[in-house]
Ligand binder design. Structure first.
Ligand code: DP6
Length: 364
């Protein structure tokens, strides 16, 4: 597909007003997206588990306004005006207006809330942009009775990507791949797809316990980090490695090979941070407690042979991944040994989820 396929036919009979609401989950990448080209095109393919508990709920009340090229919207987070989020939404609207041109015909009251605390250091951009894209596309679906679910999910992912790259992997569950890969014929740089190959049942019920090591603002935003990959001395090799890891994962997923899965996932996490440490300027987002946790996971795994591993996103928090079959043991280990490294002992228990869902009927 190409971006033009997402341009709608001219609208007829725009409704005067209406309301939509969606809940979209966060996701955790196994092969990381780090580096991008113009128009939110990823420099390498990635794959993620869709999460369940960590999610953003967004509702939009829309009402017709005078036609003009300006956007008009109010933004509330947890019921309170959140003006410092507005520039991000403004940029998002500018990027997507050609694909959802009704944006200039309405005033929008956008109300949003996250299931996880705002100060947790967990990125809300993936779930937040996914929920917003789904709400907007739901408004458009009212105008196009022929839009089926397959196209709806693709276009929602396409729009979400233009808000935040990783958000395109937060529309559906439970294993989502994004970015062109030679061995995955349906893969696209424009939207995420459900992983199209066999996946052993051991991966069906994976758990992700998120250890909140550092809840403050990150020193370096993802956007800045992505840009530093442009002149990065190891960029080309890293992008090739992501392709290779996706290749390897095909057999790993089909055979349920947890040992190789762990090796690939942990290597991806450390490579992501190695890219940050070797960029110009260089930076470190891990904290001493991040490294303590990683070491304890390695010792525990070696001693007990429990298939438990870690991954990291662009921050100090640690995602501890393990299959449901070892849940009791894993939680015990986390509580006994790892929680001491979390800020105020805070952690979030999450697991693989099925994707976003609509919350109320579109009452146009
Ligand atoms: C480290 O999707 O937050 O979490 O496209 O600039 O919004 P933008 O970046 P973003 O980057 C996520 C990076 C990552 C890895 C991943 O999720 O694949």
């Amino acid at each position: 597909m190409n971006p033009k396929d997402f341009l709608p036919n001219p609208y007829r009979d725009l409704p005067a007003e209406g309301k939509v609401a969606w809940k979209a989950p966060s996701n955790i990448a196994l092969v990381k997206y780090w580096g991008k080209k113009a128009n939110q095109i990823p420099a390498n393919p990635s794959i993620s588990f869709t999460l369940d508990a960590c999610a953003t709920t967004t509702s939009i009340v829309y009402s017709r306004k005078e036609e003009s090229s300006q956007f008009s919207f109010d933004l509330l987070l947890d019921g309170r005006p959140k003006d410092d989020f507005k520039p991000k939404i403004q940029t998002f609207f500018e990027r997507i207006v050609d694909y959802v041109p009704f944006l200039t015909s309405y005033h929008f009251k956008i109300e949003t809330s996250n299931s996880f605390p705002h100060s947790s250091g967990i990125a809300s951009s993936a779930s937040g942009m996914a929920a917003l894209a789904l709400c907007l596309l739901d408004i458009e679906r009212k105008l196009d009775a022929k839009m089926d679910d397959v196209f709806f999910n693709k276009k929602a992912s396409f729009l979400a990507r233009l808000g935040s790259g990783s958000a395109c992997r937060s529309i559906e569950g439970d294993l989502i791949q994004w970015g062109i890969h030679q061995e995955i014929p349906t893969s696209s740089d424009l939207f995420g797809i459900k992983y199209p190959f066999d996946v052993d049942s051991v991966f069906n019920n994976f758990h992700d316990t998120i250890l909140l090591v550092h809840k403050g603002e990150k020193q370096v935003s993802s956007t800045v980090g992505h840009n530093l990959m442009h002149d990065h001395p190891y960029a080309a090799r890293r992008f090739q490695q992501a392709h290779d890891n996706l290749n390897k994962l095909k057999e790993v997923f089909s055979k349920g090979d947890l040992e190789s899965f762990i090796q690939i996932v942990e290597s991806e996490a450390l490579t992501l941070h190695a890219m940050m440490m070797t960029s110009n300027p260089y930076f470190i987002l891990m904290k001493p407690d991040t490294l303590e946790i990683i070491n304890k996971i390695w010792v525990y795994r070696k001693e007990t042979k429990t298939p438990i591993c870690f991954t990291l996103d662009a921050g100090a928090n640690v995602h501890v991944l393990y299959p449901k079959s070892v849940k009791e043991k894993a939680i015990q280990f986390i509580q006994n040994e790892l929680v001491a490294h979390c800020e105020n002992g805070h952690y979030i228990c999450d697991r693989i989820g099925k994707g976003a869902r609509k919350l109320v009927e579109n009452t146009q």
